[in-house]
Design a protein around this ligand. Structure first.
Ligand SMILES: [Zn+2]
Length: 424
């Protein structure tokens, strides 16, 4: 016990696990949250949180840190620093690295690296060998190595028989399968939804049916296997209807939505610019409205960024011939808070849950909280409108459609195990 105490004073404490939304203090001693200043405290620091929101450290179920194989775009270190400065204390990394994360040794490497990084890395592992969709990976060994979930993110496990086997095995291991729900033949060469930019630039259209059909297939397999299924980056109204019905039926199905799908629509794309290209593409305004309602209704419980950095040469030009994906961490709070709290009227406490208790439940972690005895993982947020600019990018890459967008709320500091990471 070092006796170093930090008192975060007078903030709006928002703790969904404890049902707490009130002005108050949070006391940190030796990396833990405590109820009172310990009698043996040697030094006491005070942090004035007046006007700030004090929330548990955020958890992102969906980031791409590109290591190994794509270090020009992002590394574990640059991604972790970006996450910490954006309010996150834990992230689930996607397995579409080169080589892909189908090897228990790679999972162990990422977990070991996490000890030296400002956020916990919770690596997901591939569903299939080489992420090629043909043959199931050794899921038991990947779980034993510490994989947090199974997914072939970047592509769907399109073969029904292979996915059936993946879900049967994951169910037996009590693990969640996270699906990039896009039927490849239906998406074809599509890059954007039918929209003004698609028509003016003659871009191939990526139809919403590619997502709807994938979600329908997966729900059928959940009914057969009882496997917990999590649909990644839900983007359209048709797929929401299927998730709603599946949850009403009592099936173990969850879904995430990204801040970009909540805030931006295909009609907003200003030009044939790859900074607006992601997979699945931005939905129509009607889809955006349906996604917001789905969060308000509790059909979608979870936000996730799909932080997908790409180095400049991979994004130079328009939608044709460039990579799918946009940055997500730096704008996660500002875009989702604006879309959900300011523009939809969702309570701040429920909004915090979409980034903390809900994603934790999906991958089977204990609920993040600010209760005494828990690790001091804390995010401090300054509410208020601001404009996102190039200087607000922390990633190694620059690919974002949010430059010049008005956002609401930003991270000013993050603590992991009581250690402070300033945002700026
Ligand atoms: Zn994906």
């Amino acid at each position: 016990m070092s006796g170093d105490v930090l008192i975060i004073e007078g903030g709006r404490v928002l703790d969904p696990a404890g049902g707490r939304d009130e002005k108050g203090d949070v006391i940190v001693a030796d990396g833990l949250i405590v109820a009172d200043v310990p009698a043996q405290a040697r030094t006491i620091r005070r942090y004035d949180a007046d006007g700030l929101w004090v929330v548990p450290g955020l958890l992102d179920l969906h980031v791409h840190f590109r290591e190994p194989g794509g270090e020009a775009s992002e590394t574990l270190a640059s991604g972790a620093a970006t996450a910490a400065r954006s309010g996150f204390t834990r992230v689930v990394t996607m397995p579409n690295t080169r080589p892909p994360m189908d090897d228990p040794a790679l999972i162990r490497q990422h977990l070991a690296a996490s000890a030296h990084l400002p956020v916990d890395i919770l690596p997901s592992a591939c569903c299939t060998s080489r992420r090629a969709g043909g043959e199931i990976a050794d899921l038991a060994a990947l779980k034993a190595a510490g994989a947090s979930a199974f997914t072939d993110d970047g592509s769907m496990v399109a073969d029904d028989a292979v996915m059936l086997q993946v879900m049967q095995t994951a169910a037996a291991l009590d693990m969640v399968v996270m699906e990039h729900a896009v039927v490849p033949e239906l998406a074809g060469a599509g890059v954007v939804r039918d929209s003004p930019v698609a028509r003016s630039a003659g871009l191939p259209v990526f139809p919403p049916e590619a997502e709807v059909e994938a979600v329908a297939r997966d729900i059928r397999l959940v009914r057969q296997t009882g496997c917990r299924l999590h649909i990644q980056h839900l983007s359209c109204a048709g797929a929401i209807d299927l998730i709603r019905a599946a949850r009403r039926e009592g099936l173990p199905v969850s879904a995430e939505v990204t801040p970009h799908h909540l805030m931006l629509a295909a009609e907003d794309i200003p030009a044939d610019d790859a900074n607006w290209k992601m997979n699945p593409p931005l939905g129509t305004r009607a889809d955006v409205a349906a996604l917001r309602v789905a969060v308000a209704e509790g059909v979608i419980t979870c936000c996730a960024t799909d932080h997908a950095p790409h180095a400049a040469p991979l994004k130079a030009g328009g939608f044709r011939g460039t990579m799918f994906g946009v940055l997500g961490l730096e704008t996660a709070i500002g875009a989702s808070l604006r879309a959900l709290v300011v523009e939809t009227g969702i309570s701040p406490l429920v909004w915090v849950a979409t980034w903390t208790t809900a994603p934790a439940a999906i991958i089977g972690l204990t609920p993040p909280s600010l209760r005494p005895g828990t690790r001091a993982d804390i995010c401090l947020i300054r509410p208020g409108t601001w404009t996102f600019g190039a200087e607000d990018i922390f990633s190694k890459s620059r690919n974002t459609p949010f430059i010049g967008q008005r956002l609401e709320g930003r991270c000013v500091a993050t603590l992991r195990a009581g250690r402070f990471y300033a945002s700026r």
